[in-house]
Write a protein that binds this ligand. Structure first.
Ligand code: HEC
Length: 95
């Protein structure tokens, strides 16, 4: 398993107020904020673009949901999971 351990360099708190205030951010932008805050503890974004990546289609939402509920230990609702999946899909997976 080739995982690169990374730590956030941008204080996550900087990203949160915009979400809490319901600022009119795009769905992928919200997903990026959530992702960058909660999902970079174990792997960086290179797992999404590596040659033998696991995710190819709409399984992405299921994987986000699993990583959220399991290792990342965040209690996301469906919209939050969708937002992160859309961010990853548009930015890295290309679907
Ligand atoms: C505690 C560690 C941990 C955290 C936190 C974590 N993940 Fe993961 N994630 C993993 C591991 C381990 C894999 C499998 C990597 C492998 O097979 O090489 C993985 C794989 C993935 C993949 C599949 C990559 C591929 O091969 O296409 C996605 C998508 C993903 N994670 C999304 C997330 C999201 C979204 C979050 C935040 C909610 C998150 N991860 C948080 C450990 C973690």
């Amino acid at each position: 398993m080739l995982l690169t351990l990374t730590r956030l360099t941008v204080p996550a708190a900087l990203l949160v107020p915009a979400l809490a205030a319901g600022a009119p951010e795009s769905v992928p932008a919200q997903g990026k904020a959530l992702h960058d805050q909660h999902c970079l503890g174990c792997h960086d974004t290179s797992v999404y673009t590596r040659a033998d990546r696991m995710i190819h289609t709409a399984e992405l939402e299921a994987q986000v949901s699993q990583c959220a509920a399991g290792p990342a230990e965040v209690d996301w609702d469906r919209d939050q999971i969708r937002a992160v999946a859309r961010y990853l899909g548009e930015t890295f997976y290309g679907f």
